[in-house]
Design a protein around this ligand. Structure first.
Ligand code: HEC
Length: 238
């Protein structure tokens, strides 16, 4: 064997070996490339999921914040009404007289109210209310604010209803939708014999509601004050 032949034989052995090695390497490379591609895909998928999760977390956080705000306002509202109730309790339930002006009594909320002195004497407004009620309202609402089969007991309404609602019903009247044509509270807005004495009627009915004033004509009454006379004249002439 010549040197050359030995070399050729050696080459004949090596070349296929090397090319096989190269094919193997190529396979490995394309395999690796596939893995890289797959990894990139997975990465994109993971990114998308992470984004979705972030959005969900954000939404949940926003919801939690809204719920917290809601519960806080609800809490504040309860606190408000609680302190209002406490205030009302302290001021005395829309009935107790807090001050007097020209013989007329008012609650701390400036709502007219009655007064019965220690000797049983009622304020003039309450006495006047007794008279006006029995000339304008009792035909329907029954004597002494006791109510009738036809119209409600106003001695109760005067306690249950807000003063301004009470006034509104008397001024504008009321007809419950769907009630019979007979069950109508007329409007008294144009009737001076009612309008000029509306507070009187209201305080009389409140006194009846608490039973501070018994049924029938009040025995002792305060004198009509100069301020009352003045206002009465202005109203009746106005
Ligand atoms: C013609 C009959 C009639 C006369 C007179 C009348 N009312 Fe009424 N009133 C009614 C009827 C009926 C109702 C109930 C109406 C309804 O169904 O809501 C009523 C309801 C009311 C209410 C609402 C009561 C409540 O609890 O909801 C007030 C307040 C009231 N009247 C005040 C007066 C006053 C004050 C007078 C006198 C100035 C008066 N009324 C005279 C028939 C009358």
């Amino acid at each position: 064997m010549t040197k050359f032949m030995r070399f050729a034989a050696c080459l004949g052995f090596i070349v296929p070996f090397v090319s096989a090695q190269m094919a193997f390497a190529n396979d490995k490379i394309s395999e690796a490339e596939g893995m890289i591609e797959r990894a990139a895909e997975l990465r994109a998928e993971a990114d998308a999921l992470a984004e979705k999760a972030a959005a969900l977390i954000e939404a949940a956080e926003a919801e939690a914040a809204a719920a917290k705000e809601e519960s806080e306002t609800a809490e504040a509202a309860t606190e408000d009404s609680a302190s209002e109730a406490a205030l009302e309790g302290a001021e005395g339930d829309n009935i107790a007289a807090a001050y007097e002006e020209g013989g007329k009594y008012f609650t701390a909320d400036d709502v007219p109210t009655f007064n019965v002195a220690a000797n049983g004497e009622v304020d003039w407004n309450t006495f006047s209310g007794f008279r006006r009620y029995h000339s304008e309202c009792h035909v329907c609402h029954g004597p002494d604010g006791e109510g009738s089969t036809y119209a409600p007991a106003l001695k109760k309404s005067a306690l249950d209803m807000d003063y301004y609602d009470f006034v509104d019903v008397v001024v504008n009247g009321r007809k419950v939708v769907g009630s019979s044509a007979n069950s109508v509270m007329p409007s008294f807005g144009e009737n001076k014999n009612v309008m000029c004495y509306l507070d009187d009627i209201y305080v009389y009915l409140k006194a009846r509601g608490t039973e501070d004033v018994a049924r029938g004509r009040p025995g002792k009454k305060a004198k009509k004050s100069a301020e009352y006379k003045e206002q009465e004249n202005a109203c009746m002439e106005g």
